[in-house]
Design a binder for this molecule. Structure first.
Ligand SMILES: Nc1ncnc2c1ncn2[C@@H]1O[C@H](COP(=O)(O)OP(=O)(O)O)[C@@H](O)[C@H]1O
Ligand SMILES: [Mg+2]
Length: 263
């Protein structure tokens, strides 16, 4: 079980090629963070994973099936995608209706609908917002509404496109906890983020994208200490890593405990 992108390129209708000859495999059960500058092609790449986009060249396989050989709706039931901008995703008048929408669309029995809603609401801490109009609540919380509605569809893979944008400490902690719980249930988590601490703390594997392609892929420590790749992707090392570099502590230090020990 895996998502396999093989030599995939994607051109938008205006002809602009946003992703060029990308190859990557994400095994079921992994948690992977995709990092890189705005415009690097991250969102385009993950939209190919869930069938929203089909590659113009190359192939994407989800659990062995080419996304070209099944409907986008079918791929999306296996690979859930939470939009970078929740306003591109949310369309119901209440938070509850938004989260229940897909389970109701699947025509599940009422009991099962409620069994899916409850954990999604809990993981996203949305209980007190259920009766609200999603557009009357702050952006970072609206983002959690978008996440909860994807969790309620129970996909095998969940893609979070910049979930950390605008989140405070509580929001970031909710995300970390959610990722742990979902992974313990066998869900594969793929995240795009600009928060390097969040990436280092929660994801063991990091994929760096730049110039429409993958420029580094591997263990978080190795990737963050790959100086040419970090520079090329124009990302920052996590603060502790940067400090360790300036202090020449060695050992590819990435976390505060390691730093304290070395000092
Ligand atoms: N609908 C579109 N039409 C044309 N170009 C687009 C469209 N959406 C995105 N792009 C361009 O494709 C490139 C990659 O975009 P995207 O995948 O969103 O990057 P990232 O998520 O890494 O910021 C950018 O240069 C962006 O301007
Ligand atoms: Mg993006």
């Amino acid at each position: 079980m895996a998502i396999e992108i093989k030599n995939a390129s994607f051109a938008y209708p205006n002809g602009f090629v946003a992703v060029e000859n990308v190859t990557m495999t994400i095994e079921a059960g992994e948690r992977v963070a995709i990092l890189g500058q705005n415009g690097a092609g991250k969102t385009t790449t993950v939209k190919m994973m869930n069938g929203l986009y089909r590659p113009s060249q190359g192939d994407v396989f989800v659990n062995g099936i080419n996304t070209k050989d099944q409907t986008a709706a079918k791929t999306a039931r296996i690979v859930g995608y939470v939009f970078q901008n929740p306003d591109d995703q949310i369309f119901n008048n209440t938070v509850r209706a938004e989260i229940e929408y897909m389970p109701r669309y699947f025509k599940l029995p009422e009991e099962e609908i409620q069994e899916r809603i409850a954990p999604a609401v809990e993981l996203c801490d949305l209980k007190k917002y259920l009766k609200k109009n999603p557009f009357d609540i702050p952006f970072p919380i609206r983002k959690f509404v978008a996440i909860a509605s994807v969790i309620a569809t129970q996909p095998k893979y969940i893609i979070l496109d910049e979930p950390t944008a605008g989140q405070d400490k509580h929001g970031t902690e909710l995300l970390s906890n959610m990722i742990n719980v979902l992974q313990s249930q066998g869900v594969t988590i793929i995240t795009i983020t600009h928060d390097m601490e969040f990436a280092a703390n929660n994801f063991h594997r990091i994929i760096l994208m730049a110039h429409k392609n993958v420029i580094a892929d591997g263990d978080a420590r190795e990737v963050f200490w790959n100086e040419p790749a970090v520079e090329d992707a124009r990302i920052k090392k996590p603060v502790i890593g940067e400090l360790a570099k300036r202090l020449a502590l060695g050992g590819k230090t990435l976390f505060i405990d390691e730093m304290v020990e070395k000092l």
